[in-house]
Structures are given as C-alpha cells and as structure tokens.
Design a protein around this ligand. Structure first.
Ligand code: FES
Length: 253
C-alpha cells in the first residue's frame, strides 16, 4: 500500500510545531501502526534526517505508552485498541493519515509525538498507601468479596493510564483515569480503609496538575482503549462528597 503521512513535528515545548508530509510506498497491511513508523524512521535515518520520536514500550496493549491521535481519534479508528495494536489493514491504499501527539496543558510536548504524562503519576502518588498486612498470605476465604465487586474492581484496574480519556475530553479532564484508580482500590475490602483520604487527595491533585473538570460528555469512555466505564466517575464523585461531608462534620465538633 502507498500511505501519505502528515506527522506533527516539534523540537520541544518551547518551539512551534507543524505537520510534515511523508510518503511510504510498499506498506504491508499486516504491519502494526508502530512498525509502519519504524519503517519511516529507518528511511529518515538513512537519509541523515532526525527520526520521528514517539513513546512505546510493551507493544502489546498493556503499558499505555503509545498514545497518539490518529486522524483526530485517540489511538485511531479501531474501538478498544491501542495504537500499538492497530494494524495497517485498518487503512486503504492511498490513504492520508494525520498523526498528532496526546497534547494537553497537563501533558506538555517533549518532542514530536512524545508528551510528558508524569502528571498522571502524581495523581497516583497523591493516593498514598494501602493498608495490607505483610507476612504470610492470608487464608483466601478470610476476606469475603462478592463476585460482582471483584469483577468491577478488575474492570477499573484494567486502566493502562495512556491518557486517551484526557485528550478526548473537551475539558482535558482526567476524571476517568483518576476514578478508575480510586475504584479498583475502593471496591475491595483491602483498599477501602483509606478511601476518604485517598479520594480527596487524588481529586485535589488532579486540579493541581491542571486537568479540567468533568462535564459528563462521556467522550472519555468512547475512546478509552480499555472500555473503562464512566460509572467510576460517579463512584468517585459520591466518595469525594461523602469524604468532604465527614471532614466538615468532624471539624465542626
Ligand atoms: S506500547 Fe504498550 S500499550 Fe502500546
């Protein structure tokens, strides 16, 4: 296949960026999207040009590093698919593909398609610790957990922290990410103990990092490669309000 690429190139966050045109002939339809970029980079390197920088690690859809906006959609046209799991068979011969970074105020550009997403790490750090006893593994049935709760916790824990929810949201909110991280601990007895301090600290950190507010457009859920549900946001808001009421009550005593 012949593919025309329009790729965002930018030296760093201080300089202006723009789209640069490239054409690749002989793209194999079974190549992954990242392999197609590898081929482009090989071509650029051979010509003595600077390769296109982009993040990736596992290339298996689990690390969340490979976020890019492809033809205006976070991770491209396939639902529930990360960029690394997208293949060139999703495009046609002669197609023009626009590729942009996951840029937001809280995700400054490092170079080309690479952005700094450490703001998401700061939110997790703000969540603090979980009280789990060390030592021998406890007897499996000593902490009863319903099947539904375990499944819901596991679904929330599937968030890979790629940031697609942030760049899809018109407010650049990290509510889906933050709520998934809160939910997977809050839903299980082991993580429930610190819920009120965790939820307040993580929501506050979200503001400090410069993410916007959630206005329930639900776009985040649509483009999330892990299909994380917006029900987690409702759970986070409920727990946040409950924690704030309890805080107010105890300070007025
Ligand atoms: S490179 Fe790890 S999810 Fe894509």
């Amino acid at each position: 296949m012949k593919i025309n690429l329009k790729i965002w190139r930018q030296k760093n966050s201080q300089t202006k960026g723009g789209f640069v045109d490239y054409t690749l002939d002989n793209v194999n339809k079974d190549m992954s999207f990242l392999e197609m970029l590898d081929v482009l980079n090989l071509k650029l390197t051979k010509k003595g040009e600077r390769p296109v920088e982009f993040d990736h690690d596992c290339r298996e859809g689990i690390c969340g590093q490979c976020g890019m906006i492809i033809n205006g959609i976070a991770h491209g046209p396939l639902k529930n698919t990360t960029t690394c799991q997208l293949h060139m068979r999703s495009f046609k011969d002669g197609d023009t593909i626009y590729i942009e970074p996951f840029e937001a105020a809280a995700f400054p550009i490092i170079r080309d398609l690479k952005v700094d997403r450490s703001s998401l790490d700061h939110i997790i750090q703000a969540g603090g610790y979980v009280s789990v006893n060390t030592g021998q593994a406890p007897e499996a049935n000593s902490i009863p957990t319903s099947h539904d709760e375990a499944e819901a916790a596991f679904d929330a824990a599937a968030c890979i922290g790629c940031g697609a929810c942030v760049v899809t949201c018109k407010n650049y909110s990290a509510a889906l990410f933050t709520s998934a991280k809160i939910s997977h601990l809050e839903l299980l007895p082991q993580g429930r103990k610190e819920t009120s301090t965790r939820v307040v600290n993580m929501v506050n950190q979200m503001e400090i990092e410069g993410f916007g507010h959630c206005t329930n457009t639900e776009a985040c859920q649509v483009e999330c490669p892990q299909d994380i549900s917006v029900l987690n946001i409702a759970r986070m808001n409920f727990e946040y309000n409950k924690a704030k009421i309890l805080q107010r009550k105890s300070s007025s005593k």
